[in-house]
Design a protein around this ligand. Structure first.
Ligand SMILES: Cc1cc2nc3c(=O)[nH]c(=O)nc-3n(C[C@H](O)[C@H](O)[C@H](O)COP(=O)(O)OP(=O)(O)OC[C@H]3O[C@@H](n4cnc5c(N)ncnc54)[C@H](O)[C@@H]3O)c2cc1C
Length: 154
């Protein structure tokens, strides 16, 4: 039987990820075109209930952009000038309707060679945080994306 879950906390999401194999659904703008009309054969973990993942915050030495942050969130957030290329890329993604729902992490995890977010994040020396219930791992973006549609995600 195929499962669908929409957790409301990151801990709940990580616990689910630890107990089965899931496909993650964020804005769905890559997910649904890839699915097409095929029947669903994998569990779907919908992360749209995780409000804490939709956030941009400044720490002592980093800016942290939550995985579910949309391109529109990025464009509207006051950020230092170094982020102008990322904002410019955000405005290039699809159309305003796409930018309103699509996430920055979806762009990276999809690992398309045409992903507009990647060059702008590479020049910022961005890192990704990979989390499981057991641990958190930080990787430079250039080590996270392994090639066309291939990432370090496990
Ligand atoms: C009409 C159209 C035009 C587009 N134009 C552009 C464009 O100009 N430039 C561009 O770069 N992209 C474009 N895209 C692609 C897409 O909109 C972006 O890549 C977008 O950022 C994907 O985000 P999403 O939240 O919709 O991801 P989803 O579709 O929900 O997910 C994409 C992939 O990432 C995985 N995933 C998502 N979030 C996570 C997470 N937190 N952890 C682990 N895995 C995760 C999903 O399982 C899936 O495999 C376009 C898409 C459409 C439909």
């Amino acid at each position: 039987m195929i499962r669908y879950a929409k957790p409301t906390t990151v801990d709940e999401a990580l616990a689910l990820l630890g107990e089965a194999s899931w496909r993650i659904l964020a804005g769905g703008t890559d997910f649904y075109p890839a699915q097409g009309a095929k029947p669903f054969r994998e569990n779907v973990l919908d992360i749209n209930g995780l409000a804490t993942l939709r956030d941009i915050a400044e720490t002592e030495d980093h800016w942290v952009i939550g995985a579910r942050t949309t391109w529109t969130d990025l464009v509207r957030h006051p950020l230092p000038a170094a982020f102008d290329a990322l904002k410019q890329a955000a405005r290039e993604v699809g159309s305003v309707q796409i930018q309103n729902v699509a996430s920055i992490a979806g762009n990276l995890c999809n690992a398309s060679p045409a992903a507009d977010g990647v060059p702008a994040l590479l020049i910022l020396d961005a890192e990704v945080e990979l989390r499981s219930a057991a641990m958190a791992r930080h990787l430079p973006l250039k080590k996270f994306i392994l090639g066309n549609r291939r990432t370090e995600l496990q």
